[in-house]
Design a protein. Structure first.
Length: 429
């Protein structure tokens, strides 16, 4: 293919395997990562070369529309190769994630053991320290088993990875609170199993009462409800075409604090920060009084509830469907003004044409403008460092000869499959 030739001309071939100085065949984790890196680097070099007018065949170089179409097709094919390498790398990373999650869990157990050993110097080892260590071992063993059974889907992180292959903020926050509550219950349970004094057993049982753990129970109920409700809200808004969602190649920790486009999201950020602070306070309270559920103050619980409500409101407010504001005839400098004719370029102006997370070339190439009964794929027009077309607010497409003169409707279909409103224009002979 010409696109492979361009890649070899820039010193990289994103398709062929290289088994020397780093395999990129995609059959091993290192190869998938190296293959994706090389494919991306070669694509960026080719895009910038085409943007500078280099590498065009002589047969299309004399015609601006023909050269634009040729470049768009070449970049689209190249982008599909890059995207496939990215998905392969994501699958490899996801399959190896269970080992890392298990290592982190058992590392936390070792840190707890060292902390208890250091704090026991002088004070002595007691049943509370033993129960805390045993509870940590039980939780770690359960998470390790879950990691093994879900090793192909991210290990212990599988329940908090959303349908869009991103880390879910609501599920992660709820999972952290649930794990903490499980540990907080196992701790007095271990002490209760070895307690011989009836008064000590009564104290441990009273520590699990609702009067002491009402704040913690309320917070867990709310964050778990938020996790379920957010999934329902997002699903309904996608079906109603009020939210555009595209899957990611692999989950990242940054997904907890950003939107689908990788920009910082205030609603997610404040939810994670407030929940982390509240969890830390609850952990300190549990360490100071390990005889029951930590008594989370109602002021702190109310702060978490307000943060959860803000996060939910943010989910209701985000997104939106694409909207066409106007359609005009695209005019090159020096061209005469006139009506829209077949063969002319039209510029569709509006908003929401590029959904969050759809900035990659393979997704940009999936955008379609429906002109009457003809579906026109939006051409990729490269510039140094990116693409001039399409953008989130403007799309430029040619009016094909198959469009009959007269009144026609124009509609944009984004990479997420969401259709915009219809705009009526007049096409003349």
């Amino acid at each position: 293919m010409a696109v492979q030739g361009a890649g070899r001309g820039t010193g990289a071939d994103p398709v062929g395997p290289v088994h020397g100085g780093g395999c990129d065949c995609g059959n091993c984790p290192h190869g998938a990562r190296e293959g994706h890196r090389r494919a991306v680097a070669a694509f960026l070099r080719a895009r910038d070369a085409y943007a500078a007018g280099a590498g065009l065949p002589a047969g299309v170089a004399h015609s601006a529309p023909a050269s634009r179409q040729w470049v768009s097709e070449e970049l689209t094919q190249w982008a599909e190769t890059v995207a496939e390498r990215g998905r392969a790398e994501g699958r490899m990373r996801l399959a190896r994630l269970w080992v890392r999650t298990a290592a982190v869990v058992w590392g936390a157990v070792v840190v707890l053991l060292l902390t208890e050993s250091l704090t026991a110097v002088g004070a002595g080892w007691n049943s509370a320290r033993t129960a805390a260590l045993l509870a940590a071992l039980v939780v770690a063993a359960a998470l390790t088993a879950a990691s093994w059974f879900h090793r192909a889907h991210g290990g212990a992180l599988a329940p908090v990875i959303g349908e869009d292959n991103r880390m879910s903020t609501s599920r992660t926050v709820a999972a952290c609170w649930v794990l903490f509550a499980a540990y907080a219950v196992l701790l007095p349970a271990g002490r209760l199993a070895v307690a011989s004094d009836p008064a000590e057993r009564d104290a441990l049982l009273s520590g699990l009462g609702l009067a002491r753990g009402a704040g913690l129970v309320t917070v867990i109920a709310v964050v778990c409800g938020i996790a379920v409700l957010v999934r329902r809200v997002v699903g309904l808004r996608i079906l109603a075409q009020r939210l555009q969602k595209l899957p990611a190649h692999r989950p990242r920790a940054a997904d907890l604090l950003t939107d689908d486009a990788g920009r910082g999201a205030f609603a997610d950020l404040q939810y994670v920060v407030v929940s982390a602070v509240a969890l830390l306070f609850a952990a300190v309270r549990l360490a100071r009084r390990p005889d029951g559920l930590p008594d989370l103050p109602w002021g702190l619980a109310a702060l978490v509830l307000i943060s959860a409500a803000t996060y939910l409101a943010g989910k209701y407010a985000e997104g939106g469907r694409p909207l066409i504001l106007s359609v005009v005839r695209a005019r090159e400098p020096g061209d005469l003004d006139g009506p829209i004719r077949t063969g002319d370029d039209v510029e569709v102006r509006g908003t929401g044409f590029v959904p969050p997370g759809a900035q990659s070339a393979d997704l940009l190439s999936r955008m379609v403008v429906r002109i009457g009964a003809v579906h026109v794929h939006v051409p990729l027009v490269p510039v140094t460092g990116g693409f001039r077309n399409p953008t989130d607010t403007t799309l430029t497409v040619p009016v094909p000869a198959e469009v009959e003169p007269g009144t026609v409707e124009i509609q944009v279909i984004t990479a997420a499959g969401t259709a915009s409103n219809r705009c009526v224009v007049e096409v003349t002979d």
